[in-house]
Design a protein around this ligand. Structure first.
Ligand code: FAD
Length: 535
């Protein structure tokens, strides 16, 4: 009894100290008038055998993310030792007089607290990795029929999925640029990159899911079985259930990659060439590109950035001079994968595809790299930034989807006006198109209502003292689109009110709302998205 009291006092002490430390440690103090006791008692759940943690290290991890701009402190962190732990925790919340919030946390690579749960419980999905006993990624299927897949725990990282599947000569086909993200985390958003124009987002390449719903039920779902839950969860921002297994589509893995970048000074030609190339997009078409992205080069020093170093150092001076002359240079980036069977034809295929493209003469650059090095191209930059202490800084990112018919206007009004005038943009700016028909409208992810739309990503890194100026720019960009009637959709969206979310989902809101009532009626899950809860 005395021990229990002691533990309780200790837990509360830790909790309060941690709040204080966070308040002092951030540029924007954490202010709250909500000093009510936490709605759950960690001790009570620990008695039931769960690994609910309240130590400072766990709370600190769960109340921070890659964005480094938001702090929401949970009451406890669950290190699940099994899927049952997660189900029981969600059931406990449902049975509680005042249900408490629960958020799955993958890698916490969100920007604005989307994986946080103030005064609730954060499920540290990473802890599941050590509980899988080698079953975290299981590759199976049938080579002859072409139905190959990996059954992957929601907590697994895409980099590990890559390595595990390559051992079988197989690979997923749809990727993100950065692979140290969890499968559950990217499937809750969409998972996009240069492979999306051809293969669709990662959510379009899932055969089946195991989900613990917001009611605590374990449900296996697919496009044919419990399809309402399947479609809800994919792109569902963690609102309907926690993904504990995903069956990911696999295809034979290529070995190497021809990787090409071309520079443009004229936006219309850059956009026209991008759109021309993504028209060839049949999954089986051996003459199609495997990857297409685009980015901006502006006056930011060397033309390479942390997302990948590419340009030969000897060419840096003439590239920088092009950027200085034109203020913005547009970089079209493509890749064609190959293996032993296509090694003799890949150059010809690329030659045909790039024939007639209107990049600046003399500004095409090529590389030949291994498939793994290509897919994992961002890691080197990350490690470098980490070693310089520049990874854990605020990241006031803005990611948008823009209808194709308005992208020229976006270029003129945002890139060539707001961005150049403010002259604060640091970090990569991505801009590339994708095809709507590669997305499944039944899923929760929201995209513009045009056959082709662009994604733009302002991947800013700020200082703790100046990140708000990037946010001001983000707001100005959104306001410009609003005023011009450009119906952009945010990707990895950040909205503060339900009204904004209703607008974001547009015609999909009714379904989204109904699915919430169906699968998480007490609105327990992922409160950090601020869709049904204001934290
Ligand atoms: P978290 O941030 O931990 O969680 C995100 C949301 O998903 C939260 O609401 C959380 O509650 C929920 N969630 C987490 N796990 C589960 C689960 N198992 N089941 C249900 N809900 C869950 N995105 C792209 O699409 N393409 C890119 O190329 C890309 N590059 C990136 C590069 C960097 C450096 C970073 C930091 C992010 C990048 N992202 C990219 C964004 C990334 O996809 C999202 O931030 C994603 O949420 C990260 O996954 P995570 O595992 O860290 O998720």
């Amino acid at each position: 009894m005395a021990v229990n009291v002691l533990i309780k006092t200790y837990a509360m002490f830790v909790f309060l100290i941690s709040r204080l430390i966070f308040s002092l440690g951030k540029s924007k103090p954490w202010i709250t008038t909500n000093i009510v006791p936490p709605t759950i008692s960690p001790d009570k759940y620990n008695e039931n055998g769960y690994n609910l943690r309240t130590d400072l290290e766990a709370l600190k991890m769960a109340s921070s993310d890659y964005g480094n701009m938001v702090t929401e402190i949970p009451t406890a962190v669950l290190d699940p030792s099994s899927i049952n732990d997660i189900a029981s925790l969600i059931k406990s919340s449902n049975n509680h007089s005042v249900p408490f919030h629960i958020a799955a946390r993958g890698q916490g690579h969100s920007i604005r607290g989307q994986a946080m749960a103030r005064n609730g419980v954060v499920v540290n999905m990473t802890a599941m990795k050590s509980q899988r006993n080698g079953t975290g990624i299981v590759v199976a299927g049938n080579r002859a029929s072409g139905y190959n897949y990996a059954d992957v725990g929601g907590e697994q990282l895409w980099i590990d999925v890559l390595h595990a599947t390559l051992e079988h000569g197989l690979s997923p086909v749809s990727w993100t640029d950065y692979l140290y993200l969890t499968v559950g985390g990217t499937l809750s958003n969409a998972g996009i990159s240069g492979t999306t124009f051809r293969y669709g987002p990662q959510i379009s390449n899932v055969y089946e899911l195991d989900v613990i719903t917001g009611k605590g039920d374990f449900v296996t779902c697919s496009a044919h079985k419990n399809s309402e839950l399947f479609h809800a969860v994919l792109g569902g921002l963690g609102q309907f259930g926690i993904i504990v297994r995903a069956r990911i589509a696999l295809e034979p893995a290529p070995k190497r990659v021809k990787w090409v970048r071309m520079l443009y000074t004229d936006f219309s030609e850059f956009a026209r060439d991008q759109e021309r190339l993504i028209k060839i997009n049949d999954r089986k078409d051996k003459n199609a590109l495997d990857y297409l992205e685009g980015s901006l080069l502006m006056n930011q020093g060397p033309p390479d950035n942390w997302r990948s170093s590419f340009f030969p150092p000897s060419d840096h001076p003439r590239i920088i001079s092009k950027v200085t002359q034109n203020k913005i240079v547009y970089c079209l980036e493509i890749a064609k994968f190959y293996d032993d069977g296509s090694i003799h034809t890949v150059d010809e295929v690329l030659k045909v595809l790039t024939k007639g493209l209107r990049y600046e003469p003399g500004f095409m650059f090529e590389k030949d790299v291994s498939y793994v090095d290509f897919l994992d191209r961002v890691r080197g930059g990350e490690l470098k930034l980490q070693s310089q202490g520049l990874w854990e800084v605020p990241h006031p990112w803005l990611n948008l989807f823009i209808p194709k018919t308005r992208v020229e206007e976006f270029n003129n009004g945002v890139l060539r006006d707001i961005v150049l005038k403010r002259n604060i943009t640091t970090g990569p700016v991505l801009l590339y198109p994708m095809n709507r028909n590669k997305w499944d409208d039944k899923m929760s992810a929201v995209i513009p209502d045009e056959d082709v739309f662009y994604t733009v990503g302002f991947l800013h890194s700020g200082g703790f003292d100046d990140w708000e100026s990037f946010d001001e720019q983000n707001k100005e960009i959104l306001q410009f689109c609003e005023d011009a009637g450009i119906e952009v959709k945010q990707y990895l969206a950040y909205h503060k009110t339900q009204e904004e979310w209703t607008k974001h989902f547009g015609p999909k809101w009714t379904t989204f709302n109904q699915r919430k009532l169906m699968f998480d009626p007490k609105k327990i899950l992922s409160p950090g998205q601020k869709i049904f809860t204001r934290q």
